[in-house]
Design a protein around this ligand. Structure first.
Ligand SMILES: [Fe+2]
Length: 258
């Protein structure tokens, strides 16, 4: 696996949840075929630099590796279906539209709206990539604690213990102002783990970190079942975390970027 293959298969083609720095330098649009067929066990539906500068290949909604009702009772089937097929699809559409508008701007050499469309790339791009990782780190067989020795060591070194990490992650995710994400990420320069918040999808986030375990705390992710009890949803999410998938991301990120 080369560096680009790694990024598209494990990071959603985006090393960070934003629009600048290493993330944008390493991101890659998907080819139509790859996005359509990729399941999410290890893939975010990304592919290599297909298309060209005027007609870039479009991103596509990745398929789930499990059914919409597979995460019951922790996350209900209706929420999963709406979340994946409607909300995630809208980010994919928004990203493709923004990229098409920017391609048009280059073609016409008219950048009057570049600020607007760049923000759209940030919002919809981060939304698409984070959701792709989000689906990938959940499993009907999830929950418990990580078993991977390196991940356990990193969690202990960065947070003190798994219990301290869990308390920190739940608190940070529950306290995101308005809509956004709680994120466990790997920071490559000092080889450490961070927990942070991302308002909306892209604000207040450390650049150049690799998301390992993002949790969506937009209301659409939990309101049908949990209403205003976001904390209950966050705690329930811990029961479906696929720690093997998190460990895989951790190892691949360190191998390729460390
Ligand atoms: Fe979402």
């Amino acid at each position: 696996m080369n560096r680009r293959d790694y990024l598209r298969s494990t990071l959603g083609g985006f090393a960070f949840i934003g629009t600048a720095g290493l993330g944008s330098a390493l991101s890659a649009p998907s080819s139509p075929s790859a996005g359509k067929t990729a399941a999410l066990s290890g893939s975010a539906g990304m592919a290599s630099f297909a298309g060209n500068h005027n007609h870039p290949a479009e991103y596509e909604l990745p398929q789930l590796a499990y059914s919409y009702d597979a995460l019951e009772p922790h996350i209900d089937a209706q929420t999963m279906e709406l979340h994946h097929s409607i909300h995630h699809q809208s980010y994919v559409n928004g990203l493709n539209n923004a990229l098409a508008k920017l391609a048009e701007a280059r073609e016409k050499n008219d950048f009057a709206l570049v600020k607007h469309w760049s923000k759209e790339v940030g919002f919809h791009g981060a939304g698409h990539f984070l959701h792709a990782v989000f689906w990938d780190v959940m499993s009907p067989d999830g929950g418990g604690e990580p078993e991977d020795a390196d991940l356990v060591r990193a969690i202990n070194a960065s947070f003190g213990s798994f219990e301290k990490f869990k308390a920190h992650y739940i608190a940070a995710s529950s306290a995101v102002e308005a809509s956004g994400w709680g994120i466990l990420a790997w920071e490559p320069f000092h080889d450490r783990l961070l927990v942070f918040q991302a308002e909306k999808h892209q604000n207040l986030s450390p650049m150049v970190t690799v998301p390992l375990l993002p949790i969506d705390v937009w209301e659409h992710a939990y309101y049908l079942r949990y209403q205003n009890r976001r904390g209950d949803y966050v705690r329930a999410f811990m029961n479906v975390v696929d720690w093997d998938a998190v460990a895989r991301r951790f190892h691949e990120a360190r191998r390729m970027l460390g």
